[in-house]
Design a protein around this ligand. Structure first.
Ligand code: C2E
Ligand code: MG
Ligand code: MG
Length: 596
């Protein structure tokens, strides 16, 4: 109705206008309300749940799109039909009778119903039916509203699966592994058949660093694939529990009589060979090695967490014994790990309390002239000596080895300055530097060496770093570290040469100035022609390559004579002197130099 503002003369006109205005306002409000209602009901009708509206006879008038999606029937298919055509036959007729009784008496019913869709698939739904009544309380419609429980149940299953699965490899994760292990522990027969394998890729970090994380991921997926293949015939469980850490629960030991450890170890070796076979990833051939720990379960075992710790320890032990192999857990491994742990604990305070100090063992020419000295660390705690053979391997696993390296470097610098100041000629000082330390902390090593010498611009050509396990240093960044140190004047010696992985290839690619023949060969020289041949070969090799060679652990005159005859020119060992404090080294060499 249009509004008239002009020509309003009488008060009646005003009250009429007010009436018209109020009436219009009410109509607009109602229209808005009914629009809103319409919008709401459309939105409800478009819901993700299925909706069906029937007349009072329960014949379908309308269904929504979700009904069509869930049941597979379209609206034209179903209009005019009774929804009972959806029944799956899973419920007895009494079920529907009681549904109707409730619906007719209370006006509402809800519950789980199994229906059948167009393609014959039976699915669960949560159905709620409401009877719609007019003002005379007569039922005019029924509205059914149902949620497809199959989707929810599926989603629940998927969520459950995801909480047990490692997304990168699709293997199980630690949670599932522990669940399964606990189950195994509950069943004594199964426990007797079971062993755990813990496989950890060696130097996986280097693959990530040099080839990129993408290739690293592909490698992990391929490893997972090989593990599954290995597990498949026996139905073993395979899990990835960390970056490159894989654990298998194997139930493969059939006979209780047999040597269970050897059976498990043999399987572990088979697995090792499979995992080491070259990988072809994005047109690149990649070779890896793997360290595997084995833990055979027994009736005495009661705690799955302990078994996991122990298989981890066995793997870790394999790593510290040179990687690329299989190690079966024995209690001795744990004792060693605990002892190392205690040493590490004590070592921290030992450094603070200055219980660590250094001794020097002279290195001599054939004629007995002092050619240099090796610095060796000593540790005395509460009157007890702890040998480097015990504490070095323990601290090598931590950054404490860097602290010790730093300490020995500072000591060497202070000592050489002292000697030079008092006119004592010690041409060279050798310090032992852990390859594991350089390998793990290579970025820091050059920096701290530079840090130590920065104040007095010292020429470092008096300094030799003795390294064992040069194999750890073949990797590019480690090599660069060595070259940078070499450029600062530091020389390199391969300690205990002839043992471990002292391959000739490393001598070629690393800046090596000296080889130290391992003392075991020197000790065996008298009785073993092989030992003599090895010593002779190392001496000739040094001569040909222009690398000086020193024999260590020379204890007797006889050994020195044999070495002399082979052309050896540098010596170290108890025959000359034991490791002694700095002052004693000087006294001793003065004594040696004195003409008889
Ligand atoms: P190494 O570098 O091969 O040192 C030589 C070892 O042989 C020393 O043992 C020394 O005392 C011993 N030795 C010397 N001459 C003879 C001999 O004629 N006969 C026998 N039987 N032994 C002899 P030590 O001091 O117990 O050191 C053992 C190992 O511990 C060293 O072997 C070295 O690898 C490591 N080490 C010692 N001090 C340090 C250090 O400060 N840092 C690092 N990273 N390693 C160290
Ligand atoms: Mg040494
Ligand atoms: Mg040595």
């Amino acid at each position: 109705m249009p509004f008239h503002f002009r020509g309003l003369r009488h008060s009646n006109d005003w009250s009429r206008l007010l009436f018209v205005f109020k009436d219009n306002y009410r109509k607009i409000k109602e229209r808005n309300k009914s629009n809103q209602k319409k919008q709401i009901s459309t939105a409800v009708f478009e819901s993700y749940d299925g909706i069906v509206i029937t007349d009072a006879n329960a014949d379908i008038l309308r269904v929504n799109e979700s009904f069509e999606r869930i049941t597979g029937y379209t609206q034209p298919d179903v209009v005019g039909k009774n929804p009972r055509f959806l029944q799956s036959g899973r419920h007895p007729s009494t079920f529907y009778q009681s549904m109707w009784t409730t619906l007719l008496t209370t006006g509402h019913w809800e519950g789980e119903v199994w229906n059948k869709n167009r393609s014959g698939k039976i699915y669960p739904e949560w159905l709620s039916i409401t009877a719609i009544k007019n003002i005379h309380q007569q039922i005019t419609h029924y509205v059914g509203h149902f949620t497809n429980l199959a989707v929810i149940k599926q989603a629940q299953l998927e969520l459950e699966r995801l909480s047990f699965v490692d997304p990168l490899t699709n293997l199980f994760n630690r949670r599932k592994l522990m669940d399964q292990l606990e189950e195994t522990f509950r069943d004594p027969v199964k426990r007797m058949q079971t062993f755990l394998l813990f496989a950890d890729l060696d130097d996986f970090k280097d693959i990530n660093d040099s080839l990129g994380h993408h290739i690293g991921d592909l490698l992990l997926q391929e490893v997972a694939h090989r593990l599954l293949e290995f597990a498949h015939p026996y139905g073993d469980l395979v899990a990835r529990i960390g970056g490159d850490e894989f654990v298998m629960i194997c139930h493969r030991i059939l006979s209780v009589e047999a040597d269970r450890m050897s059976i498990a170890t043999a399987y572990a070796h088979q697995l090792l060979e499979r995992l080491k076979t070259t990988y072809r990833l994005q047109n690149a051939n990649i070779s890896i090695t793997v360290s595997i720990g084995v833990r055979v379960l027994s009736l005495e075992d009661t705690n799955p967490d302990v078994a996991m710790q122990e298989v981890d320890l066995a793997m870790y032990q394999m790593k510290s014994e040179g990687k690329d192999g299989v190690m079966c857990y024995i209690p001795e491994i744990k004792r060693k790990a605990q002892a190392e742990f205690q040493i590490r604990q004590k070592f921290e305070t030992a450094m603070e309390r200055k219980e660590i100090f250094f001794v020097y063992q002279g290195q001599f020419t054939s004629e007995g002239t002092l050619a240099g000295a090796e610095m060796l660390s000593r540790w005395k705690q509460d009157g007890q000596w702890i040998s480097p053979g015990q504490f070095i391997p323990a601290i090598e696993k931590t950054s404490m080895i860097l602290t010790l390296g730093e300490l020995s470097l500072r000591e060497a610098v202070i000592q050489i300055k002292k000697w030079r100041k008092s006119g004592i000629d010690v041409p060279r000082i050798s310090i032992n530097i852990s390859s594991i330390g350089i390998h793990r902390h290579r970025e820091d090593v050059v920096q701290f060496v530079k840090g130590v010498i920065k104040d007095d611009n010292l020429d470092l050509s008096f300094l030799t770093f003795e390294i064992t396990e040069a194999s750890l240093l073949h990797e590019e960044t480690a090599k660069r570290t060595l070259r940078d140190l070499h450029n600062l004047g530091i020389q390199f010696s391969i300690d205990d040469f002839g043992t471990g992985y002292s391959s000739l290839a490393y001598i070629h690619t690393l800046p090596i100035d000296e080889l130290k023949i391992d003392r075991r060969f020197i000790q065996q020289m008298r009785d073993s022609s092989t030992a003599r041949a090895i010593v002779q070969t190392i001496l000739s090799m040094g001569q040909n390559l222009g690398i000086r060679v020193i024999a260590e652990g020379v204890e007797t005159e006889e050994e020195k004579t044999i070495l002399d005859s082979m052309g050896c020119q540098l010596y170290q060992g108890y025959y000359f002197m034991r490791p002694e404090p700095a002052q004693k080294l000087v006294d001793y060499t003065n004594f040696l130099q004195k003409p008889l």
